[in-house]
Design a protein around this ligand. Sequence first.
Ligand SMILES: Cc1cc2nc3c(=O)[nH]c(=O)nc-3n(C[C@H](O)[C@H](O)[C@H](O)COP(=O)(O)O)c2cc1C
Length: 199
Amino acid sequence: MTKAFEIELPDSYSELTETLDAANKILTTAVDDARTLFHTPVVSSYDGKTISSRVMVLREFNLENRKMRFHTDQRATKINEFSSISSATIIGYDPNLKIQIKLQGTVITHHDDEVTKDAWNESTSRSKKCYSVKGGSSKVIDDPASYDIKEFNVEYGYQNFAVLVFTFDTLEFLFLKSTGHRRAIHKWNKDLKSSWLVP
Ligand SMILES: Cc1cc2nc3c(=O)[nH]c(=O)nc-3n(C[C@H](O)[C@H](O)[C@H](O)COP(=O)(O)O)c2cc1C
């Protein structure tokens, strides 16, 4: 067993179920533990022409319903992208764990509904503050200092707050070890089908 942060993981993988169990532990722990790099995975969207990738904080992971939750600004470019093409890829790699996890699925965007209300209510004031930035995300500006948030009403930001709920139908696990890499794919159609892949 290898112990990294609070996660106990096998030293090697001989059963497919072990790879899914490990991914579940890593992603569940990553929600609250910023020491694992899976706390900030890369989320990619596609606008029909170009792929865009960005780092986002993982707010929730649930293997049972295959969902991940992310928070963002309703004015962000990715909102338009996911609203027209819901397809998404999420990837992370942590060199301490020597594990890469890649997920593919679809994103549903939420704005001013029950999902955003629940997520907003459990957010800290520090997180809420970001959504009070004026002008909206990705606008071209001359002076970034004039966009620093100084005086603000925490609740004002709610109107700009959005939630991305990602539902994955594949989870790929890659473990790098000099004695033999291990790569597994877990695909949910109606039922789960798991296979090894050449790493
Ligand atoms: C460590 C880190 C964490 C971030 N977390 C988030 C996040 O949770 N939500 C978010 O919208 N952007 C987050 N960002 C900023 C995004 O990477 C990105 O720059 C921004 O959302 C604009 O993306 P877009 O123009 O593609 O929509 C984070 C960036 C870093 C470096």
